[in-house]
Design a protein around this ligand. Structure first.
Ligand code: MG
Length: 384
């Protein structure tokens, strides 16, 4: 069962309505898909988070030549092979993003080989559906007064669609952030709300917004501070009651070990298309569990990453366990993204605020080969 061919597909779409958050505005979306074909024509797909054209070179030029001809059954041994090949100059960053997409494709491939879903491969699903939270309410090019109304109306619409939880962006400016947090809470008194600054705040600003979130019973405060200032997380936590989430910029068990050890974080958010792939996410989750920290994937991108995160959460165990377990929520990005919503012939079924765990072998989602050329920027192929 050897790997015979590795293809990459850099796909892109332009957005009808650009949207922004604390760091920049998006007017297009770019993703790198990895397709691995094994002996007998069996294939697996994965995706990478990060600059698609750069990550594409990492897959094509570096990892693919080392993987061709290897047996594809051993996801852990292939991960180690890649890790050792690039450790000396790439312990993370875009090389790890490339490894993540390859690893995801290998899980998909092995699920298909064995005729089981990725959640069965991960140790068995504990639930058939996973509650989602809507990620949305990004900034639009509108005056602030109008923008605030637009964003609150968007949140109300999610609630009407069945979402019992949702996450907003903060980090625009403090007066707007505070007004937005208050207005949304007023409109949705019973909804589980979270706020994400994408590391926009310095310490006093994070304390100020964190106290507003506390007062309004928000559920978590995500990336309140820079990932480079991890020592400040513990200090912030001493001043706040709500849970602090973070870590979507982090990678590998080693990175998360350091992040958790610094203290102050209750919820880590590895992205399966970036942290090292499903193989590494399972190890990261074990480290989190051992430290009494919960682990919920960051999800951005297309159906492959969404499916991987859904399988991961189907197998999740909240810390601590109890009879009426707390929900570990799946992030469901609701911003405009044709790569997620138009490219696939089989998608993760999300309905009424819940994602139904795919049952088909592998990840259980299918790229539509007829539509792929519409979105492709560059493709590469390496074969034996
Ligand atoms: Mg985030």
């Amino acid at each position: 069962m050897k790997i015979e061919c590795i293809r990459t597909h850099h796909i892109r779409c332009h957005l009808k309505t650009p949207f922004g958050f604390s760091q920049w505005f998006y007017d297009q979306r770019n993703v790198l898909l990895v397709q691995i074909i094994g002996e007998g024509g069996i294939e697996g797909w994965g995706e990478c988070y990060g600059p698609a054209d750069v990550v594409q070179a990492c897959v094509e030029k570096f990892y693919a030549p080392r993987l061709l001809g290897q047996t594809f059954q051993g996801t852990d041994s292939l991960w180690q092979l890649m890790w050792r090949a690039s450790l000396d100059f790439a312990r993370g960053g875009v090389m790890m993003s490339a490894m993540s997409g390859i690893d995801m494709a290998l899980w998909d491939l092995n699920g298909k080989r064995l005729g089981v879903s990725v959640s069965e491969l991960m140790g068995g699903r504990q639930r058939d559906r996973v509650p989602c939270y809507a990620t949305g309410m990004y900034y639009l090019d509108q005056p602030e007064e109008q923008l605030l109304e637009t964003l609150v109306a968007e949140g109300v619409q999610y609630a009407e669609q069945g979402y019992r939880a949702m996450k907003i962006k903060v980090g625009k400016n403090l007066p707007f952030d505070e007004a937005f947090c208050r207005a949304l809470r007023e409109a949705l008194p019973a909804t589980t709300l979270m706020a994400d600054s994408n590391h926009a705040f310095d310490f006093p600003e994070a304390v100020r917004i964190g106290r507003v979130l506390d007062e309004l019973s928000y559920h978590w405060f995500e990336e309140p501070l820079s990932p480079e200032h991890e020592h400040l997380y513990a200090r912030l936590q001493e001043k706040l009651d709500l849970a602090i989430a973070g870590g979507e910029c982090e990678q590998t068990r080693f990175g998360y070990q350091r992040f958790i050890a610094a203290g102050g974080v209750h919820l880590i958010q590895p992205d399966l298309a970036y942290c090292g792939g499903p193989s590494e996410a399972l190890k990261i989750r074990a480290i989190a569990s051992a430290n009494g920290v919960n682990c919920i994937p960051h999800v951005w991108g297309t159906q492959l990453n969404l499916a991987a995160a859904t399988h991961f959460l189907a197998t999740a165990y909240p810390e601590p366990g109890r009879a009426e377990e707390k929900n570990l929520l799946l992030e469901y990005d609701r911003t405009e993204n044709p790569l997620r919503d138009e490219l696939y012939s089989v998608c993760v079924d999300v309905n009424g605020g819940d994602a139904y765990v795919p049952e088909a072998p592998g990840l259980g989602v299918t790229v539509n080969p007829d539509l792929l050329p519409e979105f492709v920027v560059t493709q590469t192929e390496c074969r034996i």
